[in-house]
Ligand binder design. Structure first.
Ligand code: FES
Length: 148
């Protein structure tokens, strides 16, 4: 249903494959197999080609992701300021490792190598909101803002 609307918005043109996948990714936080199949059918593109595009770009996820995406920077500047400790603390709090999602589908933990704002490291981004100078003791209060 949602997928259908997204495809219609782009007028089922083959050139719209990436924008359609981007919209689905934004809507669902990942690209479910049924959605990929529907896109392939509606755009008359071989399924394997849609998977090829979906797996090529890091922005697309073929694994279910949580409602909230927590990205912890492990680039050099953030690493020397304790980025790894932040990852460990988030992992401990949510009981997941990087690239995993909590069982209740609320949070996915990801790491990245530099977000381009090294001066405020260590940096954590949750759903596009940036937190600088994060310490282990701040992790709990930051995460609790996103708990339902
Ligand atoms: S190293 Fe973390 S923002 Fe650059």
């Amino acid at each position: 249903m949602q997928i259908d609307n997204i495809i219609q918005k782009h007028k089922t043109q083959k050139e719209a494959l990436i924008p359609i996948l981007q919209d689905i990714q934004v809507e669902l936080n990942w690209l479910p197999p049924e959605a990929i199949k529907e896109v392939a059918q509606k755009l008359a593109i071989p399924l394997i080609d849609v998977y090829g595009v979906a797996s090529f770009y890091r922005a697309f996820s073929l694994k279910p992701r949580g409602k909230h995406i927590i990205t912890v920077c492990l680039g050099t500047a953030c690493h020397v300021r304790g980025g790894a400790r932040i990852v460990a603390e988030v992992s401990r709090k949510l009981n997941i490792e990087p690239d995993e999602t909590t069982e209740d589908m609320q949070f996915t933990l990801e790491t990245v190598n530099c977000l381009g704002c090294c001066a405020i490291g260590p940096v954590v981004v949750i759903d596009g909101e940036y937190y600088g100078g994060v310490t282990s003791s701040k992790v709990n209060s930051i995460i609790s803002k996103y708990r339902k």
